[in-house]
Write a protein that binds this ligand. Structure first.
Ligand code: NAD
Length: 445
């Protein structure tokens, strides 16, 4: 199929590269010419395992990038909208979605033949039918349903494993309001034959995405709240508590061969310094705001957000157990991305932690295996020294704070024992064992 994808961020680019790999003809559109130039050279503008490999393999063959949205719409039969939908502090900001919808509509005005427009961005329930569809109709002067179709196909990929997730999805949710659009969506995902496909309307597809993310966020804040209670009580460690909780059949079911299988949801039930990223925080806040707007407040989810906002402060509290002031204290931050295997720092708990430590006049160094360049955009070098190596970061500091669960940090206990054994180690992810450090503090301990 000939497919155009508008927006070449994490979702648009991964979708484009993976669908090209599956044999479709893909035209990726972005308004940022630098991104487009890089993609056309086979260079990924973002760090994502395996992405550059499939970009290089398919670029110039089944995959191309352009800034020319008009040409891309004219040359394709289906368009996926994958632009950003940030939270503006009060509600979901649909500026990019609206802008792109108007642009697509004006091209459809002069295009013969059926064209499907499918929203892949995460948008609050009702957006595709009540915002995107009317804009398309107005700009194209055509009626949806016969000459063009409108649909919704949420994306569930996880940053850091986005290519693997897209290639082996757990589900594919297809929302469409007319048969032709649904048919095109089914063709688009034909190669994913072993994956459960749920066909529904656009509003349900939108809600499935939000309900999924809100459920994950709730697990994390739940574990953090229990962890904080453990800290307050003393003599009880969240790691042991969760070990016991995870032994339940709900989280570790028994397979037919008698083996216990760990449900992946378990990884969301660990205490830490909070969730971040471009999705969970903004999606939960957008859903709460949408609930308010339609007269259905969501107190549970509001508490999930509140707990998460407080969580980075736990790290500061743990540091302060060892020193009355953080002024002029040398501290190393390990991990800046919101999770391992990505350079995405959007809403990373590292950001409020760095800001708070700076406001208390600590002297900071940091190391992240891939996200240093992103952090430099937020903090100038006189505020935060970025270290190329782990060893450089943890040498000559009073304390080390682990924020991101990068696999590379497994070597911290040995390295710290060698170069700086007396440093206070604060484990913001409960990743490393207490007995391997001279001075250890951990969330929920
Ligand atoms: P992003 O901000 O990384 O990328 C958006 C891209 O759209 C940018 O490259 C931007 O230049 C481009 N763009 C904006 N306006 C444009 C226009 N008028 N014409 C052409 N290009 C334009 O966003 P993202 O992280 O890829 O997320 C996209 C959507 O997918 C969001 O709604 C997000 O919530 C959702 N989502 C994200 C993830 C994730 O892990 N990042 C996962 C699932 C769903």
């Amino acid at each position: 199929m000939k497919v155009s994808i508008i927006g070449t961020g994490y979702v648009g680019l991964v979708t484009g590269a993976c669908l090209a790999e599956k044999g479709h003809q893909i035209l990726c559109v972005d308004k940022d010419p630098t991104k487009v130039g890089k993609i056309n050279q086979g260079i990924s503008p973002i760090f994502e395992e395996g992405l550059e490999e499939i970009l290089k393999k398919n670029i110039g063959k089944t995959l191309a990038a352009t800034t020319d949205l008009r040409q891309a719409i004219l040359e394709s039969e289906i368009t996926l909208i994958a632009v950003g939908t940030p939270f503006d502090g009060a509600q979901i900001d649909l500026t990019q979605v609206k802008e792109v919808s108007a642009q697509i509509g004006s091209v459809l005005k002069g295009k013969a033949g059926y064209h499907a427009v499918v929203v892949k961005s995460t948008v609050v329930p009702g957006t595709t039918d009540e915002v995107v569809l009317p804009i398309l109709e107005e700009a194209s002067r055509k009626k949806a349903g016969s000459v063009f179709g409108v649909g919704m196909n949420p994306e569930f990929l996880t940053e850091g494993q986005a290519v693997a997730d897209f290639m082996n999805p757990d589900r594919i949710v297809l929302g469409a309001n007319d048969e032709k659009c649904m048919l095109l969506l089914e063709q688009l995902y034909q190669a994913f034959d072993g994956t459960p496909k749920m066909k529904t309307n656009s509003k349900t597809a939108e809600m499935i995405k939000y309900a999924s993310n809100a459920m994950l966020a709730t697990q994390i804040s739940f574990a953090n709240e229990i962890g904080n209670l453990c800290s307050a009580l003393g003599g009880v460690d969240i790691v042991d508590v969760m070990k016991g909780v995870h032994l339940s059949n709900y989280l570790r079911p028994t397979a037919s061969d008698g083996c216990r299988i760990q449900a992946p949801i378990s990884s969301f039930l660990e205490a830490g310094c909070g969730f971040g990223g471009s999705c969970l925080p903004k999606d939960v806040k957008a859903l709460i705001a949408h609930g308010e707007k339609v007269g259905s407040p969501m107190p549970l989810l509001s508490a999930v957000v509140e707990t998460n906002l407080r969580q980075p402060r736990e790290v500061i509290r743990l540091l302060k157990k060892h020193m009355t002031t953080l002024k002029d204290v040398h501290i190393a931050i390990l991990g800046l991305s919101f999770k391992p295997d990505t350079d995405d720092i959007r809403e990373s708990p590292a950001i409020p932690i760095v800001k708070e430590l700076l406001s208390q006049k600590a002297i900071l160094k940091a190391h992240d295996p891939v996200a240093n360049h992103e952090v430099r955009k937020l903090f100038p070098s006189h505020q935060l020294t970025l270290c190329e190596t782990l060893e450089e970061a943890i040498t000559s500091v009073d304390a080390v704070v682990l924020v991101t669960r990068w696999g590379q940090f497994e070597e911290v206990p040995e390295l710290l024992a060698r170069v700086n054994p007396q440093a206070i180690f604060v484990d913001g992810r409960r990743m490393l064992e207490k007995h391997r450090f001279v001075h250890y503090e951990g969330i929920g301990l």
